[in-house]
Design a protein around this ligand. Structure first.
Ligand code: NAD
Length: 440
């Protein structure tokens, strides 16, 4: 139940030693999303865009965004908007940091001589055409444009198409347009939601078709990405499935209650569905009460207090006896963001098995990674950090392998290949080696 104005804004509190197995399992779960229902609503939108192109995108934009558009697409070079100097400087600084971290991810090619005369190599190439979805329904998000655009630029994608919902006057948020210019976007699509994703997946008269679609968004955006990915006619891939944003904080007796509360709230203000978890390691009742008091005190001062009144009561604090128990729970939960507020935080990194991104120590708030330190903020949610990575330079690359065998190399490997081909009863495979061996 949401907290009412005047009521204390507090998380539910559980103690690990009194939890039953099913209760613990329930805490590790995310809220169930009825994906079937969403898919049924989104499929007709995708189908209409595929069939009717620009007309359909304009119709849905009028219906859902209440904007009537003339041209859907702005092509580079853009009229670069003039931004207030501090905003421009902040975007430039964030761009430089994100660029430096993602450029360092470009790995050298691999060459290995697996047997004498048998050389295998692996090299990367940019995905040629990529679509970047920058959400815009409820917020201005130039940071997401940076987090998607910089790695695409570093990877060397030839066509970078950015899609974002237009403002009420049909224009693009100037900060996003400035980022589009910086990252070398080739076009900006003035559309959001499932219709924008479908336009990128299939192409329309004016929207270029892309090979991969990346970026977060609401449930309609996510559903459209998944539908397009499953349709061979679209021939696209996506970055990852996405759900509401999440944060798990580990705190102990050394943690600063005000800092811990500020981090919990920075996540909770995202939306009523944001997931916030506090793991309290061996905290006394007084220490926990200090964090709870700070959460309420700081929340009451936030412009988005109404959002927080929903998200904080849905969130929970789990009291655990030890740091190792907390890390076990965190690994089982597999959070999108993990903040280590405990003592000796850096030493814990080696015990983190599942997380999208980790914030180490009390001076590393999630906000820095959200905006400007250099790591990417497009991260796996909903427990998908068990098997997915966040967006990185590799998201925009594919890897090609090659091999070259010398005459001696072929002789060295011939018997192995011919034997395996015989086992699999593929005679033409065996013969492709045998025919060369007969010449030697
Ligand atoms: P959005 O851009 O994802 O969606 C807005 C679009 O949804 C609109 O353009 C509209 O066309 C469409 N839409 C609205 N109502 C609809 C309806 N009834 N049927 C069909 N389509 C409809 O913006 P948003 O809604 O503000 O959501 C942004 C999401 O992105 C949030 O969930 C936020 O948490 C998430 N986000 C995540 C990250 C991250 O890195 N994880 C970063 C930024 C934002």
């Amino acid at each position: 139940r949401a907290a009412q104005p005047g009521e204390q804004i507090r998380m539910r509190v559980y103690a690990d030693d009194t939890l039953s197995k099913p209760e613990r399992a329930a805490l590790l779960q995310r809220p169930i999303i009825d994906s079937q229902e969403i898919m049924q609503r989104v499929q007709p939108i995708v189908d209409a865009v595929r069939a009717n192109g620009d007309v359909a995108v304009r119709d849905f934009t009028a219906r859902f965004d209440h904007v009537t558009l003339d041209a859907l697409v702005i092509r580079a070079p853009f009229d670069v908007p003039v931004l207030p100097a501090p905003v421009r400087a902040a975007i430039d600084q964030a761009y430089d940091n994100i660029y430096a971290f993602h450029a360092a991810q470009l790995a050298d090619d691999t060459h290995v001589e697996t047997m004498p005369g048998v050389t295998c190599s692996r090299f990367s190439r940019a995905i040629e055409r990529v679509g970047l979805y920058v959400p815009g329904g409820t917020a201005v998000l130039p940071s997401t444009a940076l987090m998607l655009g910089v790695p695409a630029q570093v990877a060397g994608c030839r066509e970078i198409v950015l899609a974002t919902p237009p403002r009420k006057d049909g224009s693009i948020v100037p900060e996003v347009l400035y980022v589009a210019h910086k990252i070398g976007a080739t076009a900006v699509i003035k559309a959001g939601g499932a219709q924008a994703v479908a336009a990128l997946a299939y192409g329309t008269e004016t929207v270029p078709k892309v090979d991969k679609i990346c970026g977060p968004g609401n449930q309609y955006v996510t559903a459209a990405k998944m539908l397009a990915q499953n349709d061979t006619a679209a021939m696209i891939s996506i970055d990852m499935p996405a759900g509401p944003s999440e944060l798990l904080v580990i705190a102990d007796a050394t943690s600063n209650p005000a800092y811990v509360a500020s981090d919990l709230l920075s996540q909770a203000e995202h939306g009523p569905d944001s997931q916030v978890v506090l793991l309290a390691v061996d905290l006394s009742d007084t220490q926990l009460a200090a964090i709870e008091a700070e959460v309420h005190r700081q929340a009451e001062r936030l412009p988005r207090v109404d959002v927080v009144r929903h998200s904080i009561p849905k969130s929970f604090c789990l009291r655990l006896p030890s740091l190792s128990a907390a890390l076990r729970f965190s690994n089982a939960y597999a959070p999108e963001h993990l903040i280590l507020h405990n003592a000796n935080a850096r030493a814990c990194l080696s015990d983190v098995d599942n997380a999208g991104s980790v914030f180490v120590g009390s001076y590393s708030p999630e906000s820095c990674g959200d905006y400007a330190s250099g790591t990417n903020h497009t991260l796996p949610t909903y427990g998908f950090s068990r098997m997915y990575s966040g967006v990185s330079t590799a998201t925009f690359l594919k890897h090609i392998t090659a091999q070259e065998l010398t005459r001696d190399g072929l002789a060295n490997i011939a018997q192995t290949v011919m034997t395996l081909a015989e086992v699999e009863e593929l005679e033409a495979h065996r013969n492709a080696v045998a025919i060369r061996m007969m010449d030697m």
